[in-house]
Design a protein. Structure first.
Lengths: 895, 93
């Protein structure tokens, strides 16, 4: 029991150490000390996520069972790594440029941002990875039980509990360090650092065991080689098809596994790291596999028959009494298992939350994404739940499969399943003609074949696939037997499945791609992916400048919520030193905005949305808009709706204004009628009264008679004048007046006006100041009408100027395109509230000096309008100031 | 090429040769995986039984020697394809 206790203690200490490493790395990253956190070495080590517990323990087991076949699992990735120049460099450039968050995102992004494809790849990844996680749990419990076997063994119940605790611990670690950043594209510094440390532990553990076995047990390199030749290995026997097939399979898996894609592409911080990794990672793989055969040979030699070769790495040191070495070896296996689960959970949770949970969640919300201020929180929650879900799914699979032998083969089965993504992926990167329908067809065909020929049979015949199908074929058709399609028998089951699934996959992919026509967005993405080096120098930055900060603000508010968006904009505005609340759309700002949006709606969508507003993308925005995906269509639709509703409200406002005007006119008309009847009635009443007096009074002295008659005469004259004015106004207003255009000078017109206005002058004389020299301006206009206007203005000044010695200044100014004549008196002017009214009919400033009908200024204005000029009241420092404006045309025509 | 125009006196032949070399290095980087694959496929033509079978130790040494060679080759190529060998010259020459 004591050794088990020690084991638990070491395990706990190791886990705590990992927590510390991740925590410290995150802290360092926060302090911007990223230089060595993001070195090529760390990147290379993090790639070792490919080597899981399955390879750590399983390689030796595989070597013991199948000879050199285990090497293929490492040769494939080595080939991929040395293809960095034409393959990985392109893949990483695409990933960085297109802000890819997962392999599902890559496929969907390439094929017109298809959500269906993304969901499909996600499901494939979950199905392929869950057993793999179960495998890690199994390896850890198995290694525990090896130690337990030395004391009193480990009951199955305890194994299950152990697996559960392990899963929970891994889920907690992953949630803590994997969802620290909302943004899936941002590097998980803590996690990557922990994985790099685990990579070192793995390598050191395996190398230690290897060195011990070769130099400690076999007694040197030559002896070890001799021992190999003498052992069951003997001569080179390897199934040729498996050798080639497995190299292909492992290469494909290295590219397509969600966890390797995560560290290879998503977590890549600098393309130049790839240059180092291109040779350093093959070196790592080489070292990992170097001592596998010697360990297997020694294990086969010293361990009792029937012992599990998968555990030789542990049991050989234990059997030879090297407890410390065994402990190190255990930690190596433990590291492999935990790092795999952590990264797989991060990768899968990103995919599940972005491509399955969030679309469903947004669908279910009635309001859609338009007002979703809480999208961020939802994404975070979805990611956390997905992590726990993925790990627990692995645990469940482990429990259901009861940790049996079936699990051991699941590694290659999973490889084969995920390799189905390869044709769509490579086709998308190198062939512009690949279409979404093609990718979908290929994936479906490959996936279905894999499911039928490999995955379902891997559970054991009779568990899921009925025995009848395996023996007689589907629907009783012998050529549809899952292990012998088209009657081709005698093939290895894995190779059989690999051959047919890849064949169907590639053929469907190519054929359907050839016959279907891609959507414009697909074609744009195709061009971007295939010609990535022509479209980008490095990760693309926005060449903003034309962007509308307001538009960005509106969009950001929709997605991030008003408060967060405003805070973000304000922060950037302050940083830029801008005065308002809106920052200038600099590339820096746009990039960080895009990152923020990306964490909510997925990077590809965010990129496109910012692109639509800034117009800074290499492809044209109109194209993007025209072929826009659902989001854009929704936005476009809502924009149209908004436009329409704005138009409606504009129309309504116009109608309201028109209605108000009509009402006002109606009121005016009523007022006019009552005014006019009043104006007509007053003189009429006096005329009637006095004519009655004249008629009815017999004895009347002649003075009275003449006085009454003159009153009647005056009143009749007033009536006539009123009627004349009314007639005049209506004539001018209706435009029926004939203008009598003549040549003359402004001075003549003013002379005439001053002379007529002086007629019948009584009371205090009005002193008129003029600058005659300036009045020598030739006119071609209706001089009579113009004089009428002047007369009116002078008469008004006489009538209303309340100064002790009234004075009127007539100032003439010649401007570029007009002549301005000001009539300014020295009175008290017109009250501001009355200014609006003075040009209206029957408007009189005060009743005390009611001399006319109040039509004078109304007529003036109409006349001036007819003459092409204007008359206005201009507020002056003192006195009333009327300004007559004559257009230049009128003035110059005479010269 | 840019440097060539900066220094009109220096022989441009040298620079063109350098560009030419760099492109051939890129070609080598493209071909290297094929070479590695071919070398690792050779065990497939080894006789599986009878006379002339290859011993396990020899097979192991062969595969790891190829591995070491491939690592060295890639290391050398990656050094030659440094940062200056960027995209401008990426298109095939």
């Amino acid at each position: 029991m004591s050794s088990l206790n020690v084991l638990f203690a070491v395990c706990t200490a190791y886990v705590l150490f990992l927590f510390f490493v991740a925590f410290a790395a995150d802290r360092l990253a926060l302090k911007e000390k990223k230089a060595w956190l993001r070195s090529p070495l760390i990147y290379t080590l993090s790639l070792s996520i490919y080597c899981t517990a399955w390879t750590f323990y399983g390689a030796v087991g595989s070597a013991a069972r199948n000879g050199f076949e285990y090497l293929t699992i490492y040769l494939g990735p080595t080939l991929v790594m040395i293809s960095w120049w034409w393959l990985l460099r392109k893949l990483i450039r695409i990933g960085r440029t297109q802000k890819i968050t997962s392999i599902a995102d890559l496929i969907s992004s390439r094929y017109g941002k298809s959500s269906l494809l993304a969901a499909g790849v996600t499901i494939l990844a979950v199905i392929g990875t869950t057993p793999y996680i179960a495998l890690q749990l199994q390896s850890v419990t198995l290694s525990f039980s090896v130690f337990a076997a030395q004391s009193d063994g480990l009951a199955a119940q305890d194994q299950a509990r152990l697996a559960l605790w392990l899963s929970l611990g891994l889920a907690v670690f992953t949630v803590l360090f994997g969802t620290r950043n909302l943004d899936a594209k941002e590097r998980h510094d803590g996690v990557v650092m922990a994985i790099a440390v685990e990579a070192v532990v793995k390598l050191v553990a395996l190398l230690s065991v290897g060195v011990f076995v070769v130099w400690g047990v076999s007694g040197g390199l030559t002896e070890a080689l001799n021992q190999i030749d003498a052992s069951e290995f003997g001569e080179w026997h390897t199934d040729r098809s498996r050798w080639a097939g497995l190299i292909f399979l492992s290469a494909a898996a290295f590219l397509c596994l969600p966890r390797t894609f995560q560290v290879l592409v998503v977590e890549n911080d600098d393309e130049s790291h790839l240059r180092t990794a291109s040779w350093a990672f093959p070196l790592y793989l080489c070292l990992i596999s170097l001592f596998v055969v010697p360990i297997a040979v020694v294990g086969l030699g010293i361990m009792p028959k029937g012992s599990n070769p998968d555990l030789f790495v542990l049991t050989v040191p234990l059997a030879l009494g090297q407890d410390g070495l065994a402990m190190l070896s255990f930690l190596g296996g433990f590291s492999s298992a935990t790092s795999m689960v952590i990264v797989a959970a991060i990768a899968l949770s990103t995919m599940v939350s972005n491509h399955i949970v969030m679309p469903i969640w947004l669908q279910l919300r009635p309001s859609g994404a338009s007002v979703s201020g809480d999208v961020r929180a939802a994404v975070l929650m979805a990611r956390r739940i997905s992590i726990v879900g993925v790990v627990m799914l692995g645990y469940l699979y482990f429990r259901l499969s009861s940790g049996g032998e079936a699990l051991a083969s699941i590694g290659l089965v999973a490889f084969c399943g995920l390799a189905q993504v390869l044709p769509a992926m490579l086709g998308g990167m190198f062939w512009r003609g690949a279409t979404r329908m093609g990718a979908f067809a290929g994936l479906t065909a490959g996936f279905a074949t894999w499911l039928y020929t490999l995955y379902l049979p891997s559970f054991g015949i009779g568990t899921i696939l009925p025995v009848s199908i395996v023996e007689n074929g589907l629907f009783g058709l012998p050529w549809l037997k899952p292990d012998a399609l088209f009657g081709i028998t005698g093939m290895d089951q894995l190779m059989h499945a690999l051959l047919w699934s890849m064949l169907f996959n590639v053929v469907s992919f190519v054929t359907v791609s050839l016959v279907t026509f891609p959507s414009p967005l697909e074609r744009l993405q195709a061009a971007q992916f295939v010609n990535i080096f022509e479209h980008s120098t490095n990760a693309r930055s926005w060449s903003g400048g034309t962007a509308q900060a307001e538009d960005l603000m509106v969009m950001a508010q929709r997605i991030l919520g008003a408060k967060d968006a405003q805070a973000l904009f304000l922060r950037h505005a302050r940083r830029q030193g801008a005065r308002g609340n809106l920052p200038a759309p600099t590339p820096d700002f746009l990039e960080s905005l895009e990152r923020e949006l990306g964490s909510s709606v997925g990077a590809a969508t965010a990129h496109a949305m910012v692109g639509q507003i800034t117009g800074g993308m290499a492809i044209s925005v109109e194209d993007l808009m025209a072929v826009a995906d659902e989001t854009a269509q929704m936005l476009e639709y809502s924009a149209r709706l908004k436009e329409q509703s704005e138009e409606l409200s504009r129309t309504a406002l116009e109608l309201r204004n028109a209605n108000q005007k009509l009402t006002r006119l109606s009121i005016q008309k009523d007022a006019f009628l009552s005014q006019i009847s009043h104006e007509l009635r007053t003189p009429m009443t006096s005329i009637r009264a006095f004519s009655e007096i004249l008629r009815d009074t017999d004895q009347m002295n002649p003075e009275d008679q003449s006085r009454y008659a003159s009153i009647i005469h005056d009143e009749a004259q007033r009536l006539t004048r009123l009627l004349d004015d009314l007639l005049d106004l209506s004539v001018v207003e209706n435009g029926q007046v004939n203008l009598n255009l003549r040549d003359g000078t402004l001075r003549d017109a003013l002379d005439r006006a001053v002379a007529s206005a002086a007629l019948g002058e009584d009371g205090v004389p009005l002193q008129i100041e003029r600058d005659v020299a300036k009045e020598q301006i030739g006119l071609h206009t209706d001089l009579d009408r113009l004089s009428q206007v002047f007369i009116n203005l002078i008469a008004n000044a006489r009538k209303y100027c309340d100064a002790e010695s009234p004075r009127l200044v007539i100032r003439v100014m010649q401007e570029v395109d007009r002549v301005v004549i000001d009539f300014q008196d020295n009175g008290s002017g017109i009250a501001p509230e009355a200014v609006d009214m003075i040009f209206e009919k029957f408007a009189r400033v005060s009743d005390q000096k009611a001399g006319g009908a109040g039509l004078g200024l109304a007529i003036c204005r109409q006349v001036m309008t007819r003459l092409g000029g204007a008359v206005d009241y201009v507020p002056a420092a003192r006195g009333a100031n009327f300004r007559v404006v004559l257009p230049y045309r009128t003035a110059m025509a005479a010269q | 090429m840019i440097r060539a125009t900066n220094r009109p006196g220096s022989p441009t032949v040298f620079h063109e040769r350098r560009t030419y070399r760099r492109r051939r290095v890129m070609d080598a980087a493209r071909v290297a995986p094929v070479l590695a694959l071919l070398l690792w496929m050779i065990p497939m033509i080894w006789p599986q039984s009878g006379a002339g079978t290859v011993s396990s130790a020899t097979a192991l040494i062969y595969i790891f020697l190829v591995w070491a060679g491939v690592i060295l080759l890639t290391w050398g190529l990656s050094r030659l394809l440094g940062d200056d060998a960027e995209d401008a010259s990426d298109s095939d020459a």
